[in-house]
Design a binder for this molecule. Structure first.
Ligand code: ISL
Length: 589
């Protein structure tokens, strides 16, 4: 392993200037024709990723796993699942990525394991198992008979639908799983569990990976009482979040983890925390560098704005809500902490279908949304295929879906009497499977993803939407992403500048100003499919002569006065140098 090739890691705070590209290994590139993406497939596409200009690759879980939740159910943390390749392939990927200046961030799922992990198998052996206390086992509710309805130790529901407890008839106890029954939660209060996780993480760092994306890491500490949670109106299960979200112990566990695993090793390894439900206050704590916990969080507030309480219910996004949310986060983490910026990932529908206009303005809406996102402060994440404007899949019935969440939600909702068509309509628009169809490399039948039969069908739009038809084409979605990423790397105001979101109540224009020293950037985007008047912005006149540093408008160049009207999904960034204040001494950098 070539540690020396990775000297960039020693550059302090490299992740604040970085763009992270997320790979969902199953669906990225298949090298052996079995229809499932794999590590050699990724290695074969590293030049594509280096050319896009990203700095780090977040690799979805490739550990050995029964794949009940596509690898988010790990049965061996120190091996690679054979469907993806071998440990030697992973070492090769790390070395080849480093040779191109790309860092590798592993997805690490340690809130829970697979129920097939030897730790859980041993834990299940009986109440006197030496690993019993590695998981959260509880007897049935007092007076109830285990295995009968309502006998669960508390009333919590799991994230995918159904109860958060599964009964084990052999021992007469239940185990807790915040996700599927195939994903029992580890007991982080047990120091043996923490020590085992530390040792495993150290083993990976010694294989030269550059950090981890820690799955649902703000869920790892649980109130040992595991009390009932409030049942929302019309709901069936209690909401246990008050007993497992952002508990004080999570901060302790993370500090311990950094101290024992990362501080002992040279360089700065990245810790990204996936933190569903986190608020600004805890996000600041997690990412305050002086506390030594996480480097950045993946928060969810904006991703929930167009959903109802039930996960399949869609309500159209009101743009002022998005501005208010991002504004709060930008301000809340302005002096302390760091956030990620994303509009899509493997758990979210395709952004161009969800927030854009894939049918009529795919190129324009994909590039406008990307421009808005990337001009905020934080580390942008690009989810595979987003840089091509890949769209949702035209799913038909429930038999077309693969995701454990979709299948469980459908089953639990319809058996509770919800109209199947209503659930299906929501899943088609918001379901996670949309993000998981194969990457579209070219316009051939299976999109150049595999020579075999793909594990999920390729989107039928592959003839029009694919990498081969966009690479090197000025104005393509891919070209726009390249330029956005390059802008972040060349313009410090994009990384460090403070942020002012303008026009907070405007329903379709997103505008903001970034400021760093004497540089000022103005980003304006019309996030709608109709031409829209551009309201006045502060210093309106001063922007007339500003340089246009990025635009998705191929037709006209608006150099000169700001346009009166914006075309559908028009987006651009202008830059100007502010006159220096008279007190300026020339020492600013
Ligand atoms: O995906 C979601 C909703 O559609 C979220 O509730 C999601 O389950 C949550 O963000 C946690 O996600 C992570 O952990 C899950 C796994 O299924 C997701 O793929 C992963 O990103 C359990 O490990």
């Amino acid at each position: 392993m070539s540690r020396s090739t990775n000297t960039v890691r020693h550059c302090p705070e490299w992740w604040r200037r970085a763009v992270v590209y997320q790979i969902y290994p199953r669906s990225f590139a298949d090298s052996d024709g079995d229809g499932i993406g794999d590590l050699p497939g990724i290695i074969g596409r590293l030049d594509y990723l280096a050319d896009l200009g990203v700095d780090a690759l977040w690799l979805g879980p490739v550990h050995r796993s029964p794949q009940a939740d596509n690898g988010y159910d790990v049965s061996d943390y120190q091996d690679v699942d054979p469907i993806f390749g071998t440990l030697a392939d992973l070492d090769e990927l790390v070395a080849q990525a480093h040779a191109r200046g790309l860092r590798i961030i592993l997805d690490l799922v340690v809130n829970h394991t697979s129920d097939e992990h030897p730790w859980f198998v041993e834990s299940s052996a009986g109440t006197d198992s030496s690993r019993r206390a590695w998981y959260l086992w509880r007897p049935p509710r007092a007076g109830a008979v285990g295995g009968t309805p309502g006998a669960e130790p508390n009333n919590w529901g799991s994230a995918f639908g159904g109860p958060a407890w599964t009964f084990d008839p052999a021992s007469g106890e239940y185990y807790l799983h915040l996700f599927s029954p195939k994903q029992p939660d580890l007991n982080w209060a047990n120091p043996e569990v923490r020590a085992a996780v530390h040792a495993m993480m150290g083993w990976w760092l010694d294989r030269d990976v550059d950090g981890f994306r820690l799955d649902v890491i703000n869920h790892i500490a649980k109130d040992p009482e595991l009390p009932d949670g409030p049942v929302p109106a019309g709901g069936r299960y209690g909401d246990g979040r008050g007993s497992y979200l952002d508990l004080p112990e999570v901060h302790d566990y993370l500090r311990e983890l950094r101290e024992r695993v990362l501080s002992a090793r040279p360089g700065h390894h990245l810790l990204i925390g996936e933190t569903p439900g986190v608020g600004v206050r805890d996000a600041r704590r997690y990412t305050d560098p002086t506390r030594g916990e996480l480097d950045l969080v993946i928060e969810f507030e904006h991703a929930e704005l167009d959903r109802g309480r039930e996960r399949w219910v869609h309500r159209p996004l009101a743009l002022p809500d998005l501005k208010a949310s991002w504004s709060r986060w930008q301000t809340g983490l302005a002096d302390v902490g760091w956030n990620s910026l994303y509009l899509s990932n493997h758990d979210q529908a395709r952004l161009v279908s969800r927030y854009g206009d894939a049918a009529r303005h795919r190129r324009e809406s994909a590039t406008a949304l990307a421009t808005v996102l990337h001009l905020h402060r934080g580390t942008p994440f690009v989810y595979q295929g987003e840089e091509l404007g890949m769209a949702n899949f035209p799913f038909g019935g429930i038999e077309d879906f693969r995701d454990v969440e979709a299948l469980t939600l459908f089953q639990t909702a319809t058996s509770a009497g919800v109209d199947p068509d209503e659930v299906l309509a929501g899943l088609r628009l918001l379901g996670r499977d949309n993000a998981r169809t194969p990457f579209q490399w070219d316009g051939s039948e299976h999109g150049g993803f595999t020579t075999g039969s793909p594990w999920m069908p390729v989107n039928p739009d592959v003839r029009e939407v694919n990498a081969a038809s966009q690479l090197g084409v000025p104005g393509s979605v891919h070209d726009h992403y390249r330029r956005l990423i390059a802008l972040r790397h060349t313009e410090p105001a994009v990384v460090w500048g403070d942020v002012t979101i303008l026009l907070p109540d405007h329903p379709s224009v997103y505008a903001l100003v970034r400021r760093l020293d004497d540089t000022e950037l103005l980003m304006v985007a019309n996030l709608s499919s109709t031409a829209t008047a551009l309201p006045a912005v502060p210093d309106q006149g001063a922007w007339a002569e500003a340089e246009i540093v990025l635009t998705n408008d191929l037709g006209t160049n608006h150099r000169g006065p700001l346009p009166v009207s914006l075309r559908p999904w028009e987006a651009w960034v202008r830059r100007r140098r502010r006159p220096r204040p008279s007190s300026w001494t020339g020492t600013s950098t």
